[in-house]
Design a protein. Structure first.
Length: 546
């Protein structure tokens, strides 16, 4: 016969049983692992590193402490130190899914995408609940232009751990702006570690979304129905004999400007004088980033009632304005990503920019043509997403589509507006170089140059960007660049520190393919699918080898 204890005795028994567990549970102050994790979450990286190192000195095979120290070193941009920690840890018995994921994160930062994917997949097989592995694959597939596969990884992570802070932050980016604001505000209402960098980012994101929702959307719609367009590229000269870039005639309202066509930039940015002459309407203050040693530059966003480029005319478009009178002596610049709803053909030898429809996807749909001057900051955003009163459903993203006629095109990695193409330098392993018509010449990072050749200080070279002049510039000797189906011999290549660019993109940027090279080629870009193609006619320009 089953006997029941009186309720007061049962309650006493439960409390007696639970009390020792509560008394013996270590606090963060008592548990060095929890203390190290808390320091890391609070952004106290060096203090966290000391805690993790002390744990590893006593127990080198403690995978959690090793993974924690690797994360610290990544945040400190000590990439090689993080890599060596991972190599050592994976050679020890008893490595975990967490350590595999940390190694994948390090390899992603090093630009070793295949290796990173392998470690993320291995981590998932070892532990299906290792959320960080899904988040690693999310970032990886996003760079591959496999946006639906990226979403599937995020959805799986969200299903496993919807309350995980990093999962939530990524999930917010999938939501239309009006839904995202509510989600971020709910997130910020919960307690977070003091000084947490990601919390501060969420505060900034909420402010940004509020500002966007308080203003009408500027969709920059095509006014005239033109499927194909062609317009001249105007040489921008550094002196009477040397070109330094492609110029594009752009009419802002009723004012005609010459803007540099820049594959390494995003949107339209003009100097203050151009904005004043065009009568652009100021919206909000903003900051600009780029190459240079002066840090972020001040400016504001503004609206152009009309923009005309060749045969194409758009209305209600956002333009960034620098507080500087001009952009390095030019009226401004226009990033090729503003044409990302078209197939873009930059014919350097013929000095022509040609725009045509992207290939139809297998379901027969084509992209709506617009000038993307106001970059969506979430997968779920569309033109109506900035309207706070309208219900907007989250749109699921789509993977790249490689049309049959593009089977031989080169796949590039997309990090926002940047197109990173696998490139070998001399006999090196593959590195990632930015395709950048805004850079006058090819450039290689000092980190990459040290691995493949010799460099020396060169005070005769001046490098300028949106963030001012670069102080420390070097020359790298006898560099051969292999990319796509081509190779080019270079006696001297500009070398400089690109660590800030790498940090901002989240992966190692080893160099830039610049204007002096790209002007020799006809270059086609499909932003939607992350594809580029180059062709070269030796009859038009010599000294370049296939």
């Amino acid at each position: 016969m089953t006997r029941r204890l009186p309720s007061f005795i049962l309650l006493f028994a439960i409390l007696t049983y639970m009390a020792p567990a509560q008394e013996n549970k270590p606090t963060a102050a008592q548990d060095p692992v929890a203390a190290a994790d808390m320091l890391y979450d609070s952004g106290k990286l060096e203090e966290a590193a000391q805690k993790y190192e002390a744990l590893l000195s006593n127990k080198p095979d403690m995978a959690h402490a090793r993974a924690g120290l690797m994360r610290v070193r990544l945040q400190q941009q000590r990439i090689e130190a993080a890599y060596e920690l991972g190599k050592t840890g994976l050679a020890l018995p008893g490595f975990t899914a967490e350590l595999l994921t940390a190694m994948g994160d390090v390899e992603f930062r090093r630009g070793e995408m295949g290796e990173a994917e392998g470690h993320y997949q291995h981590a998932k097989k070892m532990d299906r609940t290792e959320v960080s592995a899904y988040l690693g694959l999310l970032r990886l597939y996003r760079s591959y232009s496999l946006r639906r596969k990226a979403y599937d990884q995020l959805k799986a992570a969200h299903d496993i751990s919807p309350d995980d802070a990093e999962v939530q932050r990524e999930w917010f980016l999938m939501l239309p702006r009006n839904q995202r604001l509510r989600a971020i505000e709910d997130y910020l209402s919960l307690p977070h570690p003091k000084g947490d960098v990601n919390t501060l980012r969420m505060v900034h994101s909420a402010e940004h979304v509020k500002a966007a929702l308080s203003k009408p959307a500027h969709a920059c719609k095509l006014v005239n129905k033109v499927e194909k367009a062609q317009t001249p590229l105007l040489p921008l000269m550094s002196d009477l004999n040397h070109e330094r870039g492609f110029g594009l005639q752009v009419k802002l309202n009723d004012h005609t400007s010459k803007l540099m066509l820049d594959t390494g930039a995003s949107g339209i940015t003009v100097g203050r004088h151009t904005a004043e002459r065009a009568g652009l309407e100021r919206i909000a203050e903003t900051k600009f980033g780029g190459i240079g040693d002066k840090g972020a530059q001040s400016g504001y966003s503004a609206v152009a009632r009309r923009i005309r480029i060749g045969e194409l005319e758009f209305e209600d478009c956002t333009v960034d304005v620098s507080d500087r009178a001009s952009i390095d002596g030019d009226d401004g610049l226009i990033g090729t990503d503003v044409f990302d709803s078209y197939l873009i053909d930059i014919d350097g030898p013929a000095l022509k920019l040609k725009l045509s429809p992207l290939p139809r996807r297998p379901d027969g749909r084509t992209a709506a043509t617009a000038l993307r001057t106001e970059v969506a900051d979430a997968e779920g955003d569309d033109e109506s997403g900035a309207q706070g009163s309208k219900k907007v459903e989250m749109k699921l993203p789509e993977d790249r589509y490689i049309a049959p006629e593009m089977a031989t095109w080169t796949k590039v990695f997309r990090f926002g507006h940047q197109l990173l193409i696998p490139t070998r330098v001399n006999d090196s392993q593959s590195m990632l170089f930015v395709i950048d018509t805004g850079s006058n010449s090819n450039m290689i990072s000092t980190t990459a140059a040290h691995r493949v050749t010799k460099i020396s200080r060169d005070n005769d070279i001046t490098v300028k960007g949106l963030n001012g002049t670069v102080k420390n510039v070097y020359s790298a000797y006898k560099v051969k660049l292999h990319f796509s189906h081509f190779a080019q011999e270079n006696q001297d290549v500009v070398s400089l520190d690109l660590s800030n660019l790498s940090k901002n993109e989240g992966t190692e940027v080893s160099g830039l393919l610049g204007f002096e090279l790209l002007k020799l080629l006809e270059m086609k870009i499909d932003y939607r699918d992350g594809l580029v193609d180059f062709s070269y006619d030796p009859k038009r320009i010599g000294s370049f080898r296939h």
